[in-house]
Write a protein that binds this ligand. Structure first.
Ligand SMILES: [Zn+2]
Length: 415
C-alpha cells in the first residue's frame, strides 16, 4: 500500500544520509526541501525529493498538501503516561502556598499515586491511559517511552509494566518501557533503605527480566530519594538483567546523577536543571544523551536546564514532556519546544532536532524514527497552512497539525 504526499511546501528534517544523532553547532541547521514529494509504502518511507523529480503516481493514492509542511513525528523519550489518577488537588494546594513537604504530609506526591495504584487494576490503568495516548498522538508524537514507578512494590511495579505491555497491543506507535522501581522510598520502608533496594535487585529486576517487561532501568537520583552510589548499584543490576540505564538526574540538586549515568553508560540522563562544569565535562566524554524536560520547570516554577551550555559543549540534547500527574500534566511536544525556545533560548532548529532525532536516539530508535529518511517508519505529520517551521514553537497556543500519518496511513482517533 502506497501514499504519496505531493506539493509539500517544506519537507522538514529530510536526510539523504541519516545521522544517528546531532550535537553542538550541527543542531543549528535543519535539512529542508522546498516544493517536495514524500512517498510512503508498506508503512515505511520509500522515497522523497523535489516535485520536478516525482515518478509516475499512476494507481497510487496521492494527497496534495500544497501550502503545508511535512515533518517526522516527534519522539517523546520520557513520560509517565500510565498513572492511576490526576492530582489537581495538589495543584490547587501549591497555588495556595503549601510547600512540597506540607503536600507530602497530606499524603501527596509520588506516594499519593502509589497508594492509588495499589487499588487500580491493569485493565483500569490501560483504560485510563488510552485517551492520553490518543491525545499525544494527535499532538504529533509518533514514538514514546513510558515508565513504571508508581507501584513501589513487586506487585505494583509488575502491574504497571504489564499495563504498558497491554497498551502496546492497542497502540499504532511504538512504545518502550522503563522500569522505575527506584522512584521513591515507599513509606513502609522508612529507615530501611537497604531492604527496599534489595527488593528491587533481588525480586523486581529478575522477574521483569524473565517476563521481558522493560527495555530500560531508571533511578530517581536526588537528595532524599536515591544516592549516586545507590543509583550506580541499581543501574548495574539492571544492565546485568539486560536493561540499559536511563536516569532522573540533577533535577533539584547536583545529586551525582549525571556522573552515575556516565559511569554506567546510560542511554540518557534526564532533567539536568541543576548543572555545574563537572557535570558538563563528564557528559562531553560520554555517549549519553542529555534529555531536558522544560514542562516540569514551568509547572513547578523552577529553574530551566542550561540548554545553551550543553549545546555549546557539543552534547546531544533531546526534549521530552515528562508527562505525569504530579509535575508535568501535559504531553504536548510542541509546547515543550516553545518552552525550550522561550525559556532556554534554543533556536527552533535546535528544538526540532531535540524533539525528533535526538529523542529517537534517547530510545535507540535512530534508525527507525526521528527524521524523514528512506527505510524509516512512515510516521509523519502534515501541518496546517503555516508560514514556516519556526511558527510551530512560536505560536505556542496553537496546534499546527492538520493530519497525522502513522505507518504510512492517515490516523484518526479510534471511536
Ligand atoms: Zn520523569
Amino acid at each position: 500500500m502506497s501514499l504519496v504526499l505531493t506539493h509539500i511546501k517544506q519537507l522538514v528534517l529530510a536526510e539523504k544520509e541519516p545521522r544517528p544523532r546531532v550535537a553542538g553547532e550541527e543542531m543549528g541547521t535543519l535539512p529542508v526541501l522546498n516544493d517536495a514529494y514524500l512517498w510512503l509504502e508498506d508503512g515505511r518511507i520509500k522515497a522523497f525529493g523535489a516535485m520536478k523529480d516525482l515518478p509516475s503516481t499512476e494507481g497510487v493514492e496521492v494527497m496534495d498538501v500544497s501550502g503545508r509542511l511535512v515533518l517526522p513525528s516527534y519522539v517523546d523519550s520520557h513520560t509517565h503516561l500510565i498513572f492511576p489518577a490526576w492530582r489537581e488537588g495538589e495543584f490547587v494546594d501549591k497555588i495556595k502556598g503549601l510547600s512540597y513537604a506540607e503536600i507530602a504530609a497530606k499524603g501527596g506526591g509520588i506516594l499519593n499515586s502509589a497508594r492509588a495504584l495499589a487499588e487500580t487494576s491493569v485493565e483500569e490503568l490501560v483504560e485510563r491511559a488510552l485517551p492520553r495516548l490518543w491525545e499525544v498522538i494527535g499532538f504529533g508524537t509518533g514514538g514514546i517511552e513510558i515508565k513504571s514507578g508508581y507501584g513501589l512494590s513487586v506487585e505494583g511495579e509488575l502491574k504497571m509494566l504489564r499495563a504498558i505491555r497491554k497498551l502496546k497491543e492497542y497502540s499504532p506507535i511504538p512504545i518502550k518501557a522503563t522500569f522505575l522501581g527506584a522512584h521513591a522510598l515507599p513509606k513502609e520502608y522508612t529507615g530501611q533503605r537497604r531492604k527496599y533496594i534489595d527488593l528491587i535487585l533481588k525480586e523486581m529486576l529478575p522477574q521483569i527480566a524473565e517476563e521481558g517487561l522493560a527495555d530500560y532501568c531508571d533511578v530517581f537520583c536526588e537528595e532524599g530519594f536515591f544516592t549516586e552510589a545507590e543509583t550506580v548499584e541499581i543501574c548495574e543490576a539492571g544492565i546485568n538483567a539486560g536493561l540499559k540505564a536511563k536516569i532522573h538526574a540533577n533535577q533539584l540538586n547536583r545529586s551525582g546523577g549525571v556522573q552515575a549515568g556516565v559511569k554506567v553508560g546510560a542511554v540518557s540522563v534526564d532533567h539536568l536543571e541543576t548543572m555545574g562544569p563537572e557535570e558538563i565535562r563528564a557528559l562531553q566524554k560520554a555517549q549519553t544523551i542529555a534529555t531536558l524536560l522544560p514542562g516540569c520547570s514551568l509547572f513547578l516554577r523552577m529553574q530551566y536546564p542550561p540548554a545553551r551550555d550543553l549545546i555549546r559543549a557539543g552534547i546531544p540534547v533531546a526534549l521530552a514532556t515528562d508527562y505525569n500527574p504530579g509535575s508535568a500534566p501535559a504531553g504536548k511536544m510542541s509546547l515543550v519546544m516553545s518552552l525550550a525556545c522561550i525559556q532556554m533560548r534554543m533556536t527552533p532548529e535546535e528544538a526540532l532536532w531535540a524533539a525528533t532525532l535526538n529523542g529517537a536516539a534517547a530510545l535507540e530508535w535512530q534508525n527507525e524514527l526521528g527524521t524523514i529518511a528512506v527505510g524509516k517508519r512512515a510516521n509523519v505529520f502534515v501541518t496546517k497552512e503555516i508560514p514556516s517551521y519556526a511558527h510551530i514553537p512560536y505560536a505556542f497556543g496553537s496546534d499546527a497539525i492538520e493530519t497525522v500519518i502513522l505507518n504510512g496511513e492517515v490516523w484518526q482517533v479510534p471511536t
